[in-house]
Ligand binder design. Structure first.
Ligand code: ADP
Ligand code: MG
Length: 821
């Protein structure tokens, strides 16, 4: 305990040294004095001294004193401490000795004053008065283990009980707050159970208050007690009545449950709102000021952000809506800023460590390639191609994400870039998530190059073209189903530099495949391609330019967040003449007519996808459900048609075989689980039926739908939903009428919470709790500040960036370094 006085002593000395400007404690002295010093006082055994100490501390409003008054006050406290230190009686109370010994603090972002009570912000929450081990276990289930976790355990919303009304002003149906005297409270029968009924009044009138199932309240509400009540008001026989409102006594202390913006926490079994609110108020008051602000103050001021301790406490117990918003902005900024700092530095690390990889662009070659195409490039394709070629002319390697709807023509653009690399004497790699897609790309590429030049040699795995460059261009397909000797030969030719463009799956980055001089890696369908695989490819020999392609429309906010290390190109235009997929949401009774429609389309030579319901529990259960559905359809519904089944439990080979049969029109209907949504081109498939469509996100529905409508024929997407929720209905309405993937992605974000969409945990990115996807401004501010800071002090070595550096180390653990790029 003597330590505590030591700390108080130091703080006051510091305050004196700073000229009594009320900055010795972050956020001002008052909060600290009120919350913390009160507890210190309790430990003073000498009653007289304790009383004087309490008087001095509890009554002071330090902020409002003049500098001279502050000086006087500080002196008198220091004198009193000196007096107490003279007496040997200041000691720990016995119960405090039983507490766990103070742990060595690991959280560096804490002011040294944090040790005043022997605990730091990373102490277990049992260090908080009133938190038992069993309570700590319950918090543990919510991921709250340390005091710092508790401070960051933010409410998901607030009830606005801040406007105190008179009884005469109350209106029916609304959440309202009054301050009143208790006239009478008694146990009463309410329905089948006992409850409490009270009559309360203020200067404008009296009213009834009832609490169901809480007869014990009657005893706790003595006559003449002053209480604040917050809750919904109903009318009973023309009179306003509060039904089971929140309540608390009017005391000197801050209100916790009523009369303010009251936090609502997401709780687990065994934690109660009143209990947690009370606890959080104490924790916030006592600990929030100890959190050190890791943002450099210049940055904080420039961006007009609240100080961190203030933001934390205001996020829990805001003074008003405005400060609450500012608190959220500050906390969201922190999350996005740390994230951006991480991605920016990873991109930088990668680019700076690369050898000079600038290519020269042979515009004539590009032009003749473009001219050879059977179509005119869209404006968007031309723009994106230029962005890429510009990148490749720079000394730093390109790191670009290319987004474009299914069918927007990404492959052609990638081919032009690969051609450019080959013209510079380097090799290119083109990787697809599945073998069948790799085969498709191989066929497409060969087709395009054959048009632009001449095909001299053709095998299923190797083609050679002349007429494009002064030397022939060799394109190879490296996939699993070639013989070991063929594979070995291909690998050898890649090592020798005899293959210019290698197309394949993960096999391309497996051990044994080395490139002679790799210049560009193209990764298609990014979402199926793990981060580690991307890095592995970069590690292959010469570290190349990288182009990542995805058909999943990602809104700008999300793209910058998840792929902030990549520059972004978007093909936001489809080639002319593409028809839209007619989409219809069917009622359960229309199932038969859906089957009839499929039958009709099949009989005129078309093919159909049927997507099974989303089953989240496990892939095994989903696969099983798909098997059952496949059997039902084969036996009862389409016994005369040829059905195939695709699910995640099949091996890659089995999947490819089924897909190949579907592609070769040996199957009429492909029944598939949602996990299998490959970007395969099957122009003859014109019908899609999606079961339990209400359970899919909009973007996912759109992905499915993109599997049809790839040919000349009108295509159809039918959505079945048994019993859709309100959100489900809304989604179905939207997908019926909207075709644009980006609009859908934005809508998706609005409907689903950010957490769900970000999926940051899976992606290995820091957790985002306060940031929302609509925070475009905050994100852009955070990004530009991160870039700027990174230019000034890339290693975060400057003294003013020390706290930030340690915060970064927590958010981006070094074990992940290099993995994320
Ligand atoms: P993505 O990979 O973006 O889904 P693809 O590159 O596979 O799309 O292109 C889809 C189809 O559209 C291909 O058959 C391709 O030849 C064709 N295509 C690409 N660009 C154009 C264009 N500008 N005009 C017409 N057709 C195009
Ligand atoms: Mg594609």
């Amino acid at each position: 305990m003597a330590d505590n006085f030591e700390s108080l002593h130091k703080i006051l000395e510091l305050e004196r040294k700073k000229g009594y400007d009320n900055t010795a404690v972050m956020g001002g002295l008052d909060r600290f004095l009120k919350s913390w010093a009160g507890q210190v006082a309790e430990a003073i055994p000498d009653r007289r001294l304790r009383h004087r100490f309490q008087q001095l501390l509890a009554k002071v409003d330090y902020a409002s004193l003049s500098v001279a008054q502050r000086g006087e006050w500080v002196d008198s406290v220091l004198n009193l401490i000196a007096e107490m230190e003279g007496s040997p009686s200041v000691e720990a109370k016995p119960e405090e000795k039983t507490l766990a010994p103070p742990r060595k603090r690991k959280v560096p972002a804490v002011k040294s004053a944090a040790s005043v009570s022997g605990y730091g912000l990373d102490s277990p929450i049992t260090a908080v008065k009133g938190i038992s081990t069993s309570l700590a276990t319950k918090f543990g289930k919510l991921g709250v283990k340390t005091i710092c976790d508790l401070l960051y355990f933010f409410p998901h919303r607030h009830l606005d009980y801040s406007q105190i009304k008179h009884i005469s002003q109350l209106t029916e149906g609304d959440e309202q707050t009054i301050m009143a005297n208790v006239w009478q409270a008694q146990v009463t029968r309410l329905g089948y159970r006992q409850g409490t009924e009270a009559i309360v009044g203020d200067e404008t009138g009296n009213m009834r208050v009832v609490w169901f199932n809480q007869p014990y309240l009657a005893k706790r509400l003595p006559t003449n007690a002053r209480i604040v009540l917050s809750g919904r008001v109903s009318l009973f026989k023309g009179h306003p009545v509060f039904e089971s409102p929140e309540w608390e006594f009017v005391e000197d202390k801050d209100l916790v449950h009523t009369g303010r913006l009251v936090p609502v926490y997401s709780l687990t079994r065994g934690l109660y709102p009143r209990q947690v609110r009370k606890l959080m108020k104490e924790v916030v008051d006592q600990w929030a000021w100890q959190v050190a602000d890791f943002l450099p103050s210049a940055l904080r001021e420039r961006c007009d952000l609240l100080e961190l301790p203030q933001a934390i406490s205001q996020a829990h117990y805001p003074e008003d809506e405005m400060v609450k918003d500012r608190a959220r902005v500050r906390l969201a900024f922190d999350e996005l800023f740390l994230l951006q700092l991480g991605v920016v530095s990873r991109k930088h690390d990668w680019q700076e460590t690369q050898p000079d990889s600038a290519f020269s662009i042979d515009q004539e070659l590009i032009n003749s390639f473009i001219q050879s195409l059977p179509f005119e490039l869209t404006t968007a394709q031309k723009r994106v191609l230029k962005e890429m070629l510009d990148d490749m002319q720079r000394p730093q390697p390109m790191s670009r994400l290319l987004q474009g709807e299914v069918g927007s023509g990404k492959t052609v653009v990638a081919t032009a870039a690969l051609l450019m690399v080959v013209a510079n004497g380097f090799q290119g790699a083109f990787m697809a998530p599945t073998e069948i897609l790799a085969k498709q790309h191989f066929a497409t590429l060969c087709h395009l190059l054959a048009r632009a030049g001449r095909r001299d040699e053709e095998t299923p795995y190797l083609s050679r073209f002349s007429g494009l460059l002064s030397r022939p261009i060799t394109v190879a397909l490296l996939i699993g189903d070639i013989t070991p000797s063929q594979k070995k030969e291909l690998q050898q030719r890649i090592v020798d530099g005899d293959v210019d463009i290698a197309i394949g799956t993960h096999a391309l980055i497996q051990k044994g495949v080395d490139f002679n001089k790799m210049g560009l890696a193209v990764v298609d369908e990014q979402q199926r391609f793990g981060v580690t695989q991307r890095s592995a490819l970069r590690e292959k020999g010469f570290r190349p330019h990288m182009l990542v392609m995805t058909a999943t429309p990602i809104p700008r906010t999300l793209a910058l967040t998840l792929y902030g290390d990549l520059d972004l190109s978007v093909i936001d235009e489809l080639p002319p003449g593409r028809q839209t997929v007619k989409t219809k949401w069917l009622k359960p009774v229309q199932r038969e007519s859906a089957y009839n429609f499929i039958r009709k389309k099949v009989s005129s030579g078309h093919q159909t996808f049927i997507i099974c319901p989303l089953i989240e529990e496990s892939e095994a259960i989903a696969a099983q459900a798909a098997v059952v559905e496949y059997e039902r359809l084969s036996r009862d519904v389409f016994p005369d048609l040829r059905l195939g089944l695709l699910h995640g439990r099949l091996s890659g080979e089995e999947k490819d075989r089924v897909m190949q049969r579907f592609r070769d029109r040996q199957l009429d209907i492909l029944v598939s689980t949602p996990v299998v949504e490959v970007g395969i081109d099957i122009p003859n498939a014109t019908v899609m039926l999606i079961e339990s469509a209400d359970r899919f996100g909009l973007s996912q529905l759109h992905q499915f739908r993109g599997r049809v409508g790839r040919g000349e024929e009108q295509s159809y997407c039918m959505l079945l939903a048994e019993n859709p929720s309100e959100v489900g209905r809304e989604r179905l309405d939207i997908i019926e009428s909207v075709q644009d993937g980006f609009v859908l992605a934005e809508e998706d974000l609005k409907l689903r919470g950010p957490g769900e969409f970000f999926g940051t945990r899976q992606s290995g990115l820091p957790d985002l709790r306060m940031a929302r996807l609509s925070d475009v401004k905050i994100l852009e501010l955070a990004r530009s500040e991160a870039i700027e800071l990174f230019q000034v002090d890339p290693g975060l070595k400057k003294p003013e960036h020390q706290l930030l550096a340690s915060e970064m180390a927590k958010v981006w653990p070094p074990t992940n370094a290099g993995e994320w790029s």
